[in-house]
Ligand binder design. Structure first.
Ligand code: NAD
Length: 365
């Protein structure tokens, strides 16, 4: 089949996809020698350069990869905007199996594509990329953050993400229970990885009663032994008689079946895209009287940390700015109640308002 035939047979209209959420630019990167196939999507750069990690994933087809990078880059725009950062939203995906395709040459070639964008896109670690990979990227471009402390970077952003989630959880508790204290509160944490683990430490310090689950038995043993957490298995975590549920493992866990099981009055966790369907499940949480702290708002600590790296790293400033998540979360609950909308929608509206306001500020020379 000729290229023209293939194009005419296809319903895949790239420019309609870009227009749908007003993406500025999408770059397709190909290199036969290294096997690199990557897509960089820059969603919006009104507030600043688009920053977002590079994910390596074995997509079933190119369309799936395109869809993912489009969705993720838009999410980064909102996360940066609501966090008060002068950053836009972007993301990159490298197509392939991370176990076999990642080489120094491939990561450096990718770095050259990033360099060609002259700072309009800044990359970082994401799913299946490591600090080491970013060191390779850094050999070809300075437009990369999330570097080790030994290279002047901010190191692993996960503890800062966990601190932000903790702040968001306290604000949600204040809204739901009239008091921000988590002492004695029963909290169920799903996922004891880099973020969930640090979150458990904050909660333990404040005297929360902990219930945890993970696929990793060793992690569960550790948090049981060191922090007195009660270990539960798998889906049992959803139906526990607790005050707060913290999803820190997977996206889309807030679906109809799981929400119906929940007894918690607050949801505040680190996982991205927790609502399986934003409209349906956002509304369902209101009906069930559950206070939901929007994921992209309360898990922004890591982004706040890498932004500090971009402007000149200072840990104290990163932590102070992350603390601000508490105030913004409270404000979101207020706005959502006043407008009678779910909190995820209120958060998106707040992010869009900031972008539109700043766009007007920049309308004159
Ligand atoms: P991680 O990979 O270190 O930890 C995830 C943990 O969840 C692992 O221990 C894994 O075993 C566990 N897990 C996976 N599936 C599970 C299941 N079905 N039930 C129970 N446990 C399960 O990841 P992380 O860096 O801690 O991130 C956690 C979540 O937060 C992810 O969704 C991530 O996208 C999001 N997030 C992370 C950061 C960050 O700074 N690391 C920033 C923003 C958002």
């Amino acid at each position: 089949m000729s290229t023209t035939q293939a194009a005419s047979n296809s319903n895949f209209d790239i420019f309609s996809q870009l227009e749908a959420h007003n993406h500025e630019q999408v770059v397709f990167c190909q290199d036969k020698d290294t096997g690199l196939k990557a897509i960089i999507a820059i969603h919006n750069t009104v507030l600043g350069p688009g920053l977002g990690g590079t994910r390596v994933w074995h997509y079933n087809n190119d369309y799936e990869a395109f869809n993912d990078v489009m969705r993720l880059s838009r999410g980064m725009t909102y996360k940066a905007a609501i966090s008060g950062l002068n950053l836009g939203g972007a993301k990159a995906v490298i197509i392939g199996d991370a176990k076999t395709i990642k080489t120094e040459a491939l990561m450096r070639k990718f770095g050259r594509f990033v360099e060609n964008l002259n700072g309009k896109y800044i990359t970082a670690e994401d799913v299946n990329t490591t600090t080491r990979d970013m060191e390779y990227v850094h050999m070809e471009t300075s437009h990369v953050v999330g570097l080790p402390e030994s290279m002047g970077g901010g190191g692993d952003p996960s503890p800062v993400t966990a601190y932000g989630v903790y702040m968001g959880m306290k604000a949600a508790a204040k809204h739901a229970f009239g008091n921000e204290s988590l002492q004695g509160k029963k909290v169920a944490v799903q996922g004891l990885g880099k973020v969930g683990g640090h979150l458990v430490e904050h909660l333990h310090k404040e005297g929360a009663q902990l219930f945890v689950t993970d696929l990793n038995q060793d992690a569960m043993k550790k948090y049981n032994k060191e922090f007195g957490a009660t270990v539960v298995s798998g889906d049992e975590i959803f139906g526990l008689d607790v005050d707060i549920f913290a999803p820190c493992a997977l996206g889309a866990v807030l679906n109809t079946e799981n929400i119906n099981k929940l007894k918690a009055k607050v949801i505040a966790g680190a996982a991205n895209n927790q609502l399986a369907d934003e409209e349906v499940h956002g509304k369902m949480l209101i009906e069930k009287g559950i206070a939901y702290a929007p994921d992209f708002l309360i898990n922004a600590g890591g982004l706040i940390n890498v932004y500090q790296e971009y402007i000149g790293y200072n840990k104290e400033t990163a932590m102070r700015n992350t603390e601000h998540i508490y105030d913004v979360t409270l404000e979101i609950f207020k706005q959502a109640s006043a407008k009678n909308i779910h909190t995820q929608k209120a958060a998106i509206e707040m992010a869009e308002k900031r972008i539109n306001d700043i766009l007007k500020v920049r309308s004159t020379y």
